[in-house]
Design a protein around this ligand. Sequence first.
Ligand SMILES: *[C@@H]1O[C@H](CO)[C@@H](O)[C@H](O)[C@H]1NC(C)=O
Length: 225
Amino acid sequence: MYRLFLVLCLCYGLPGYASSEETTTSVYEHCGNLQQQENIQIKLITGTWYVIEILQHKTNDKLYNGEKFEVPTCPSVFLTLAGSDTDLKLYWNEDTGDLEYLFKIKDQSSPGFWLSSGSQNGTLVQVTTYDQFAGMVYVRKAISNHMVLTFCSPNTQLYSVVLARDKTLDAKELKSIVNHMHLQKLPITQTKRTCRSSASTARATAWMTTAFCLMYLAWYLRVHK
Ligand SMILES: *[C@@H]1O[C@H](CO)[C@@H](O)[C@H](O)[C@H]1NC(C)=O
């Protein structure tokens, strides 16, 4: 009986499980099945945003093996309509340079799906490692204080950018974004956290100022006693 059960498991259960996992991942690599939020009003998502996290989803790239790290840079994104209701300009600016993307909303009834239009320009393009993005962007979540965009270029690039109106985003919100990706079996193979150092730098500065004031006070009291 036990042996029969084991054989059944090996024949049906395990291979079935493995192949369904693979199918899901490759569907995403081809940009299929990426959901977008409905009822987006483009006018409400234009303006300035800060990049909080960049999440890689590619599984067939040896560069990404699930690591999480923080970088001091804090890119900002300025999103605007460029001339018409269907042309979007995304201006990305960080310490090392800038980038400008143009997108087109193909179908007005689905404003959360953008197609790249032409190549990017800006100083970051001159960096030898820059890969031009040609593909689509899915607005997967857009609420008043944060937004999640997934960039997908079939078999080439697949990553999400978490944006917020402020330079920080509540850990709870970040967790719920990640949980939602886990539920959809969208793998996260690298987490790059941006805009994190400003808060810790401010804290360090406050500590230094306090320490300096205390030292000065001690010196003052000694001299003027
Ligand atoms: C990209 O090119 C356009 C058109 O030439 C120009 O107006 C824009 O300022 C450029 N953007 C950047 C970031 O260099």
